[in-house]
Ligand binder design. Structure first.
Ligand SMILES: NC(=O)c1ccc[n+]([C@@H]2O[C@H](COP(=O)([O-])OP(=O)(O)OC[C@H]3O[C@@H](n4cnc5c(N)ncnc54)[C@H](OP(=O)(O)O)[C@@H]3O)[C@@H](O)[C@H]2O)c1
Length: 242
């Protein structure tokens, strides 16, 4: 049996890093994607046997297609695609900048379209695969100041449900993992008061850890989730459960 290969985008830090580590522990060879944090990606690769690092800014179609090709050439196959890379620019709608919205849609949403399209060709030839897209609780509930980010994440949910139908007959599953508030650079910028306010509203009364998201991604990637496609697994301490 050939060892399975997982491509994790945005694996230089935060949730993506934890996903890369967890998938490696489950026996996958991991393609670690990063944009700017090469030293972090190299450090992670040094701790994950058989892994390789790949640089790409996912804001353009060309770079997404090239990333998929580079990983396929390096490993010969891609069994799991984790579309994790993401960004946000928070702003009240009145002051939101159209250029920021374009960038958020390019990085968060169009990269998911471009990579899923490119990698699905390889998965179809392999007659199987699993695609996992990172969305967010705010893509389901909305959040003040995050209309652009929430729109990008909500769209990924609808995209994933549709792709799940397109690819089901090829043995390819597509699902979302929707984190709530998780301790990473993305939430580190919030003040202690804001974090305490958020924790108070979470039924489990704390922010989540990247590893708690990673374990859900590993489950959806595995054959234990063989009858799950087009679904969203919510990992948010009880903030939103439907
Ligand atoms: N943290 C949370 O509370 C939370 C909650 C809900 C959903 N999420 C989602 O979970 C995912 C990971 O979040 P995180 O908190 O781990 O984020 P993070 O710590 O801010 O890391 C973001 C990752 O995305 C990469 N990235 C950013 N812009 C990119 C671009 N233009 N092209 C390619 N890669 C790019 C970064 O690469 P470099 O570092 O190499 O530049 C980094 O690896 C995101 O999709 C996020 O929306 C997070």
């Amino acid at each position: 049996m050939e060892q399975k290969v997982a491509l994790v985008t945005g694996a230089s830090r935060g949730i993506g890093k934890a996903i890369a580590q967890s998938l490696s522990q489950k026996g996958y060879l991991v393609a670690i994607h990063f944009r700017s944090q090469e030293a972090h990606a190299q450090e992670l690769a040094a701790s994950i046997p058989g892994s390789k690092i790949f640089q790409a800014d996912l804001g353009s179609e060309e770079s997404c297609v090239q990333l998929a090709k580079n990983v396929k050439e390096a490993f010969g196959r891609i069994d799991v695609l984790v579309n994790n890379a993401g960004m946000s620019v928070d702003q009240l709608i009145t002051f939101a900048k159209p250029a920021d919205f374009d960038q958020i849609l390019n990085v968060n949403l169009k990269s998911v379209f471009n990579l899923t399209k490119a990698v699905s060709r390889f998965m179809i030839k392999q007659k199987g695969g699993s695609i996992i897209n990172l969305t967010s609780v705010v893509g389901h509930t909305g959040n003040g100041g995050q209309s652009m980010y929430a729109a990008s994440k909500g769209a990924i949910t609808a995209f994933t449900k549709s792709v799940a139908v397109d690819l089901a007959s090829f043995g390819i599953r597509a699902n979302c993992v929707a984190p709530g508030f998780i301790k990473t650079d993305m939430t580190d910028s919030l003040s202690i008061e804001v974090k305490e306010g958020i924790s108070a509203k979470i039924p489990l009364k704390r922010l989540g850890n990247p590893e708690e998201v990673a374990s859900c991604v590993c489950f959806l990637a595995s054959s234990e989730a063989s009858y799950i496609t087009g679904s969203t697994l919510h990992v948010n301490g009880g903030m939103y459960t439907s």
